[in-house]
Design a protein around this ligand. Structure first.
Ligand SMILES: NC(=O)c1ccc[n+]([C@@H]2O[C@H](COP(=O)([O-])OP(=O)(O)OC[C@H]3O[C@@H](n4cnc5c(N)ncnc54)[C@H](OP(=O)(O)O)[C@@H]3O)[C@@H](O)[C@H]2O)c1
Length: 383
């Protein structure tokens, strides 16, 4: 395992951190799984195997696995494992209605985790609205007090919005870390590489989430695989995706959720060689070509900014475009059809569009939404 220094904090963490949002699940008698029902013994075995093999960063959150991720992590880090790791969890800012709620939620989390303190405590999934809400409720003052009383060590935040919002948040407080979504397809999305460099320029350590786009980059369609193979190496798409990230010296930890022991072992192997500045110019070119190939399959250039929402007739516009793009880029699966069927049953599918055009006026990307919704409906509706 390779480690990187959080210079200002005087600590170092493993470049690979286990994201406890996608833990192995128990099978119901009919073979299905429920997100809340973690396979506890396997998850504990995997987390401890990770720690025994050099992983020292665990990331969880109040809401993962319906609250059971924190409870599971609490069990996994007993028997001496707590002292071996840096533990990150997150304040569910959407549940905080008053200043007192910050304390109430953190204390509940400490009880679930069966620990007296968390190392990294993040305001979860900040965007413009949630940031302004908790800032105005006094969360920064509360973070200072909580760091002083020892229940948290390093205040941070995770982020899902546009770069200007990220810059505003970064500039507003003495953050000890931040967490952003980054992968070969999202280099220019949300905070992006620009955000990574900006945070680093301010001395704020960056942790990356969704390095495989939630697993979608793990298996490449044949044309993409052909491109990867041009490098003449035996690297898997997973290894390429991680390698592109650990090439950045500014990235301190790359979180990946692992749902099987094989994935965990594969990642431990890959991160054994995770050196910064390891990619040659040719390899960077290859990653660019792969990204372009993926992007050429994009059906609609929707960035999910949600300016078009709410639709007066309830159509889930960015949701539909996301399913349509995913099914084109990564190949149509039952998962995509199921997601669209759910929108149909919730009366949020594209056929509900009444062509009022409000969305098109609001769209900063000038997308011909009405026409694209029709196309999406044709592609996603099962015959
Ligand atoms: N703060 C936030 O707002 C936020 C948001 C998202 C994530 N997070 C955190 O960031 C962590 C990382 O994000 P992520 O879980 O989306 O990471 P990711 O690496 O993009 O996706 C994880 C998925 O990739 C697949 N995978 C991982 N390693 C693999 C391997 N070696 N071979 C094949 N497939 C592999 C698995 O998919 P399958 O299970 O389908 O096989 C796994 O569940 C999360 O677990 C969570 O802790 C935070």
């Amino acid at each position: 395992m390779q480690y990187r220094k959080f210079e200002k904090l005087g600590i170092e963490c493993s470049v690979f951190g286990i994201g406890c949002m996608r833990l192995p699940l128990l099978r119901n008698p009919d073979g299905s799984t429920s997100y809340e029902k973690i396979d506890e013994s396997e998850a504990i075995r995997m987390i401890r195997h990770g720690i025994d093999n050099g992983v020292n960063y665990l990331d969880t959150a109040y809401g993962y696995h319906g609250g059971n991720s924190e409870r599971l992590v609490g069990k996994a880090i007993k028997d001496g494992y707590r002292e071996k790791i840096r533990l990150a969890t997150k304040l569910p800012v959407w549940l905080a209605k008053s200043y007192e709620d910050f304390d109430r939620l953190l204390n509940e989390q400490l009880a679930r985790l069966e620990t007296d303190y968390v190392d990294f405590y993040l305001l979860h999934s900040l965007n413009k609205n949630s940031w302004e809400k908790v800032r105005d409720m006094g969360v920064l003052d509360w973070l200072d007090k909580t760091a002083a009383d020892g229940r948290i060590r390093y205040p941070g935040f995770s982020f899902h919005d546009e770069f200007p919002v990220f810059r505003d948040i970064i500039d507003s407080y003495d953050w000890k870390m931040c967490q952003i979504q980054l992968n070969i397809l999202d280099d220019n999305y949300q905070a992006g590489v620009k955000g990574l460099k900006y945070a680093a320029s301010k001395g704020i350590p960056v942790v990356v989430m969704e390095p495989l786009r939630g697993g979608k980059l793990a298996s490449a369609p044949p044309d993409i695989m052909e491109l990867w193979n041009q490098a003449g190496s035996s690297r898997s798409p997973v290894e390429w995706a991680f390698r592109w990230l650990y090439n950045f010296p500014e990235i301190k930890v790359i979180l990946s959720g692992v749902s099987t022991m094989e994935q965990l072992q594969d990642n431990i192997r890959i991160f054994g060689k995770a050196l910064p500045n390891c990619l040659s110019r040719d390899e960077l070119d290859l990653v660019r070509k792969v990204k372009e190939r993926y992007e050429s399959k994009t059906k609609v250039d929707c960035t999910s900014c949600e300016y078009c929402m709410p639709c007066p007739n309830g159509v889930s516009i960015p949701g539909i475009f996301s399913i349509w793009n995913d099914s084109s880029i990564f190949g149509m699966t039952d998962g995509h059809l199921n997601r669209y069927n759910k929108l149909i049953s919730d009366e949020k599918d594209a056929s509900r569009c009444i062509e009022c055009g409000e969305c098109e006026t609001a769209c900063p990307q000038s997308i011909d939404i009405i026409h694209k919704l029709k196309e999406a409906d044709g592609a996603l509706r099962e015959v």
